[in-house]
Design a protein around this ligand. Structure first.
Ligand code: AMP
Ligand code: GLY
Length: 428
């Protein structure tokens, strides 16, 4: 079977490594992949947003199955284009990917179907938004409508900051067309939980829960990043919370999308906040999270290709999706200066025995050597019986990997460990 994975980060590396476990996966192409992924797949230098080139490649190479992983191609309709050529895909069609592609859409969906989320207002003019922030409760949260590389959310701690954010997004067009509409919403408080789920539009199967660490610096300080590390499972996601999420959020969302004629098939990511009033949706993503995938998939016991194909075929209810009862921790090693500016081109040394635990995000092949080429360079994942064991093992591996200018957080999983009361006792 010839498989194509669109994308080229740590998430795609984790997906590819898992797909490779199935002997039916005779060749996997990554478009564009990266220097590290090249050890596990055939990388072809086609941009993940170049839908025409991706479709042409898939046809020319008689691809049997395609996995479209990143948000941009999904929102642009990559799955629709591939399906139009008869290629079977994992990922939502454009009309369903809008759940991530437009915050105005997703907020209105939640309001219409009574799915718990922060209260909000939508604005299409800077004047009205500026008027509104004069009296809005502070802190207030300002979100550009469209995709903005994860940077389109501003938590304003004062009215001045809020007005500034509105001006930057709507008048200075900091995020381009993404900012033609904005959502201004209530500031929620509570621990955050990421839940990725498989869904074929009828059945929804939540994967093991996880916790991202979005800020650049230890102690959740510094700028927001794409994610500096993850752990799974998330101790805040108790069986009781999980039950409420299924009843109040997961099933209602799948049903709402069906009612809107936008059946979602693929991986639907629920970004949740566990508030004192119960779980609420912070955001939906139409794809696997990064770096959540790097802790969730290593814990998946069921064959990934089988699950994905069941999602595509609409037979997910027939597959028993099982996760290990161990814990996982992923520490991201970045280039110092990320997410603002950083140097690249430094050689990366990864001992051979650690290769299975490393998911490469921003690295290129230079004459047979792996060199840094991005902000987030790689993620190192350990799976152990306990969360503490996984954290210790991940940091032990990090200490054995080196490149000039490397930076990583030292406290991935610390907060989870404090609440999980898991100090070396097996989880199960
Ligand atoms: P996003 O880029 O949508 O993942 O948002 C980035 C981060 O902003 C989230 O992970 C939350 O920590 C925070 N955030 C977003 N919306 C809210 C909200 N309504 N209240 C509090 N924090 C929020
Ligand atoms: N880690 C957050 C995301 O993938 O959006």
């Amino acid at each position: 079977m010839k498989i194509l994975v669109v994308g080229g980060g740590g998430r795609e590396h984790a997906i590819i490594k898992k797909l490779k476990e199935n002997p039916a996966a005779e060749v996997i192409y990554a478009l564009p992949g990266n220097g590290g992924i090249a050890r596990d797949a055939v990388c072809v230098n086609i941009d993940a947003k170049d839908i025409d080139a991706i479709t042409a490649f898939a046809c020319d190479n008689k691809i049997d199955y395609a996995v479209v992983a990143p948000d941009d191609p999904l929102v642009l309709g990559c799955v629709d284009a591939l399906e139009a050529k008869g290629i079977s895909c994992f990922g939502p069609q454009k009309k369903a990917a809008i759940i991530e592609g437009s915050k105005v859409f997703s907020k209105n969906l939640m309001k219409k179907y009574g799915i718990p989320t922060a209260k909000y207002e939508v604005f299409d003019s800077a004047e009205k938004a500026l008027e509104y922030v004069k009296t809005a409760p502070i802190p207030t949260v300002i979100k550009a409508d469209g995709l903005a590389l994860g940077k389109g959310v501003i938590i304003a701690m004062s009215r001045e900051e809020a007005a500034d954010a509105v001006k930057q997004i709507m008048q200075d067009k900091k995020f381009g067309a993404s900012g033609e509409h904005i959502v201004i919403e209530e500031f929620l408080e509570g621990p955050e939980v990421s839940v990725l789920s498989f869904t074929d539009g009828k059945t929804v199967v939540p994967m093991i829960s996880s916790m991202d660490h979005k800020r650049a610096l230890d102690g959740d300080k510094g700028l927001n990043t794409g994610g500096m590390g993850t752990i799974a499972p998330n101790p805040y996601y108790t069986p009781d919370v999980a039950k409420r999420c299924m009843q109040e959020i997961f099933l209602p969302t799948i049903n709402a999308m069906n009612s809107e004629g936008r059946t979602f098939k693929g991986c639907l990511y629920f970004g949740l906040m566990i508030t004192k009033d119960g779980p609420k949706v912070i955001e939906y993503n139409c794809r696997f999270g990064d770096p959540e995938t790097q802790v969730v998939l290593p814990l998946l016991k069921t064959d990934l290709l089988t699950v994905m194909q069941a999602v595509t075929a609409g037979t997910l209810s027939e597959v028993k999706v099982e996760f290990s009862d161990e814990s996982a921790c992923c520490v991201v090693m970045a280039s110092d200066g990320y997410p603002v500016s950083y140097k690249k081109g430094f050689e990366i040394n990864i001992p051979d025995e650690l290769a299975d635990n490393v998911y490469v995000a921003g690295a290129a092949d230079k004459d047979g050597r792996l060199v840094t080429s991005g902000g987030r360079v790689l993620g190192v994942t350990a799976v152990e019986k306990t969360l503490k064991g996984a954290i210790d093992a991940a940091y032990d591996m990090v200490s054995k990997i080196s490149f000039e200018n490397a930076y990583y957080r030292h406290d991935i999983g610390k907060r989870a460990l404090a609440v999980s009361e898991d100090n070396g006792v097996p989880r199960s």
